[in-house]
Design a protein around this ligand. Sequence first.
Ligand SMILES: Cc1cc2nc3c(=O)[nH]c(=O)nc-3n(C[C@H](O)[C@H](O)[C@H](O)COP(=O)(O)O)c2cc1C
Length: 171
Amino acid sequence: MRGAIFFSGKYGSTEQYAKWIGEATGLPVFDIKDTNADPSKYEFLILGSSILYFRLTIRKWAKANLAKLEGRSKILFSVSGAGASAKLNRWVKASLPSGLLSQIEHVPLRGKLDHSKVSWWLRKILWVGSLFNPDPQARKDERGGFDYMDKSSIEPIIKMIQRYQATQGAT
Ligand SMILES: Cc1cc2nc3c(=O)[nH]c(=O)nc-3n(C[C@H](O)[C@H](O)[C@H](O)COP(=O)(O)O)c2cc1C
């Protein structure tokens, strides 16, 4: 039984987590933009996706590859500014078909936002968005950027993967 990591990100945090998980487990890592990234070659899948504008960025790829994703064990790690919360669960739920979601173990991770890496107009959009955010810390994060990258937060994912790999050893 073989597994692989497929990630979708834009500014590097999701890729960094995917690489850390790959280094810790020996699983191959694919950017979903890579046309050779074929989930049907693997028995268990680790899907990594950033959250932009309240949605998983992997959602279109997941829908396009639905048949290849079904029937395989799957972990999803999301990478966002928001931490584990009901609103994050709502964004994930709104991004994926319910049948697929019911087969997934979701682990929320937190990323980073470096304002020097985004365009001035995007900074403006984030600033305007922050006016409507009721959470004072999230408002501050949207306006000034943040860095919540934490290598140790991948530990639960490593344990889940080791469980899959142990099952493989037993068969
Ligand atoms: C344009 C934009 C929109 C974002 N929208 C959200 C959001 O809706 N909710 C959230 O929690 N974080 C949001 N974030 C924060 C990102 O999820 C965070 O920066 C993440 O680390 C990005 O992952 P990446 O570096 O792999 O692209 C947004 C960031 C940007 C730049």
